[in-house]
Design a protein around this ligand. Sequence first.
Ligand code: KPC
Length: 552
Amino acid sequence: MIDVRNPADGFKSLRARISSLGPLADGDRGADGAPLTVGEWALLLDDMIASPGDNTEALWNVAAPGEDDREYDAIFVGGGASGRFGSAYLRARGGRQLTIDAWPFLGGSCPHQACVPHHLFSECARELDLARHMQGRLWYPPFDDKQASILEIIELFKAGRALPHAIMNWQSKEQLDMEYIVNTPATIIDEHTVEVDGQRFRARNLVLCTGATTIYPDVPGMGKKGIYDFASLIEDLDYEPNRCVIVGGSKVALEYGSFFHATGCKTTILTRSPLMQTASLHHVDEGLREYVVAMMADRGIEILVGTELVEVLGDGRVTGVRYRTAEGDIQQIDTDFLFVGTGERPDLSMYEPLGLKVDERGFVVADATMRTSVPSVYAAGDLVGPPMEMFKARKCGVGAARNIMGEHYEFDYASYPDFLHTTYEVTWCGLSEAEARARYSNVIKIQMPPDDADPESFALPAAEGSMLYAFTRPILSGWLKLVIDADSRKILGAHHVGFGAKDAFQYIDYLIRQPQGWTMDDMAELNELFLNPEHFIQLCRLRAGQLNPVNL
Ligand code: KPC
């Protein structure tokens, strides 16, 4: 073990080792006798991630005897978004926690393999899309897609990911006052006891936060080289793919497919259900869906709906796939890269001693207080099922912490704002137009472009980040819709395609879900920062004078 709290062990000897790993900027070098800085953590973690075999010692950040001898209120098994936020909240409430992670850093898969690289890829997809579209105009050079490399972007990410990891370890220790042990797995002994790095720890409660991993379709040829999911893509890709096939119609499939294709790697998506009509996405407006899918097809992505992967071809390495079409024929695509986006499930084998109740899909059953079927055991994040989203993971962890600390707190995540990225940012909340019409008799919408416009020549929304499209090919400049109950004037749903609206949707969702609702007149009273990405404020104001509002 390495005790990162201990000045002799953690500060002094570790600092000497860190210094040997690479150069440190002056601002990153910690003073003698002071805890590790973010820069020092980054060098250490970079080395631990790159050479796990040479870095098998656990990092201990645990109170020494006499420093805090209280019983632990909770052990968080897994230090990702749920475990870290739950731990921080419990600690802030005056409790005592211990967080354990098999990786050498806290923060989980988000900064290591999931949300952070995904956002880097989506930004690349947007930039590449613009560069390709604008090539030869203004200052844009001819677009050479041979210069856009999936492998190079992944390597860029891997070279930089130790920094966010370092911030998580540093912040959790120095600012949030958490106790943790990382770089070692936890073994569950019973509902109060966990063994870590050869030592047993006992707590009033356990909070299980170990996430989920991609499930691969059970078809012949699945073990070959050249098959990746979002995690193994980061860790294992070692060649530049020439042709991509994606199996699955999940958010991950749309997002990664848009990125791969934008780099010039021709991409085909094999999906059973139409994109964005899968059970995992709720409240998707059909107009928004049609625009998103049409714009993916416009860019040349092949989307084969109603299809099923039947075999992966190749001798050791993928050379093609065979799939069944909607009509029942068997077809083949030659490819050197198969990406799996068919959803995720947790591995619960480590929890066998607990005898937890599990649902029919394989997720841990937990109630709204995050309690599992075992009274002192809570579960949080991807372990309890969809949505596999950051807000849910973090708030589940916090919910468990609040209940453990004596508050009765229920977290209902049945309704939430949602988003994905293609080459656009796509955001939505509340009801789709069809859902609103099924529930209310007098629904109007504010939409751009309107249904009767020719979107190829209707140069709006021209939202922020799509102005260049608006002035070159208006249909590419985005799409928006606000759904309103004309009788009460309450906003029922908001739907947007175009860059920059995600921030606003966090707040719009909260406001329209208030018990008293939020009206188009309330929206019209806001002060827009013009030009703004989603135009909703000024468009509501244009209609707010009408006693009986009609479509815009
Ligand atoms: C940079 C960043 O916030 C992504 S990593 C988040 C991990 S955690 O704060 O534990 O949810």
